[in-house]
Design a protein around this ligand. Structure first.
Ligand code: SF4
Length: 103
């Protein structure tokens, strides 16, 4: 569930205007472009991320047309899904996941 107490807080928006790629999506409004979720945390959710992606032939998501995590007003909607992201992460002992003892 999204909580609204983040609105107007400094931690909820950050624009790295010194970045050579800023703003890194075509058609983005530089005045409302947050770099806070550069490398979108919702990527892990695959088709359930809710954004406007397309799959490339190799199975990688192309998010170049999606502005969802970059808009100031979407901070709460992204953070509200951290529980889903945590649940989707591999657990120690899952197939293909090295245990701490193996690292
Ligand atoms: S399509 Fe948008 S919301 Fe989905 S993973 Fe890509 S950037 Fe994130």
């Amino acid at each position: 569930m999204e909580r609204g107490d983040w609105r107007g807080k400094g931690y909820s928006f950050f624009a790295n205007t010194g970045c050579e790629f800023f703003p890194c999506h075509p058609g983005a409004d530089p005045a409302n472009f947050s770099c806070l979720f550069c490398y979108c945390p919702l990527y892990l959710l695959g088709e359930r991320c809710g954004g406007g992606f397309r799959y490339l032939p190799g199975g990688v998501k192309d998010c170049s047309a999606c502005l969802f995590p970059h808009l100031r007003e979407n901070y709460g909607a992204v953070v509200a899904r951290y529980g889903e992201i945590l649940a989707a992460l591999p657990k120690p002992g899952d197939k293909g996941e090295a245990s701490h003892a193996e690292r």
